[in-house]
Design a protein around this ligand. Sequence first.
Ligand SMILES: Cc1ncc(COP(=O)(O)O)c(C=O)c1O
Length: 494
Amino acid sequence: MYNFQTVLIADRSAHPERSNATLERVIEVLENVLGADFATHRDNLTRLTANLPLRQAVNAEQAGKISTYLSEQPFHPDQIFAIYQQLSYAEISTAEAIDLHREYKIPVSRLEDDLIPVKGEGSWVMDSKGRWYLDMDSNYSATNMGMNNPEIATGLFNQANLIISMKEDRVQIARSRFLKEIHQMMPSGLTQFYWQNSGGEAVDKSLKIAKAYTGTTQVIAFKEGFHGRTHGAVAVTWNEKYRKPFGLHNLDWVQFAEFNNIDDVKRIMDKTGAKIVILEMVQGEEAGNRPATQKFVDALWELVHSRGGVIIDDEVQAGFGRTALKEGDWFACMSYGVVPDLMAIGKAFGGGYPVTAVVTNKEISAAMKPGFDGSTFGGNPMAMTAALIATRQHRDRNITKNVIERSKQIFEGLEALRRKHPVMKEIQGRGLMFGFSVGSNANVVKLQDELRNEHIKVSLATAEWLRFLPLTIISKGEVAFYLQALDKALSKIN
Ligand SMILES: Cc1ncc(COP(=O)(O)O)c(C=O)c1O
């Protein structure tokens, strides 16, 4: 039998991360599970706890009374299980969780409060109301190996019990373990690593290394490119609204070229003498997942290298198999048959745990000297443990094969849906990084709402484009579920 006391009162030895439950959460869970029948229980519990403020955590005595009351009700075993489970995943109500964010979070981004994920399982998440959704965002590609990850959890638990952190410059075993295995996944010659904690930092450090190596400062980035929000990364991000509030819109060291237009790159190189080019090989955030053309990539590599320049390939989102065209294409550059001079990697790298890196070759690496950079947390043992386990999982699960098969299934499915639903216009993408346009942003919002009703979680959009980044472990059945849901959702907005 379930003991409700154990989910109402935080057991600090087993769950130091939890607090005691609030009455508001208990009542919400009853509503989630019992539907309209919950009201009597709400009144009884309020009386039983002598009008305890709804958002105050219960004490042991109140928890005892609630627990006894719940265990005396003639609930169906499924209901008992659901109540217990939902309370164990969250002891704070949905409304309070949202209010806390609204009150105390610096509003740097649009707050997504349409659903609150509390438990993941493979490609699925359960929200605080007990509904399950197929996650088609994977946290911008960070949770490709699963919305939960028991193996990483165990590895992190073990490592935290040994040594929880170690500064970047000291030798440590977790990192040595990682270095013994990682080279088999990297593009040829990219052997030198410098770890960071976010994609933006990895981009910043790539720029620093490129500047140190070339002895130049001029950078060419691309229109509709996105590289993150740190000072350097946002400086090379195209959308002016991200740069202007911070005075980063008229920089004399950054120029933006037309994507897939080699003449424009050449024009800017001629004008500024730039030797550093940064690009996403599949433009994500700002372009709805638009791949570079092979012709452009070949011409860019030829042009930049013929002038002694360097190319920074930002694979923070596209990397770790997401854009594979053949097995073993761990990075988009591999599927284009080119090797960049520097590569920024992140997101899926740690299976959801924050770890990123700049990777480069020996010659460029040698331009960095002791004292040029440093980091307290970069490549710490927890991050290295997560990266080791996540990258092993990618190989063990043959993720690039899955990406190729699921991508084919998705693009065929989308083409069929486009023929059926005129609201669906262009389709673009590569691998499991894709999107389609629906004519207006209003249609995007409507479609996202309809998809949520069909148990699909998708929050990514660019103007009239919906963007999708499913987990790279997504199965054949899950893709079929997504396509069916999309069909239903599209018929509602036609
Ligand atoms: C291509 C690319 N580069 C860099 C970043 C920044 O990564 P982070 O949010 O981890 O700083 C992102 C984030 O979406 C990205 O898509």
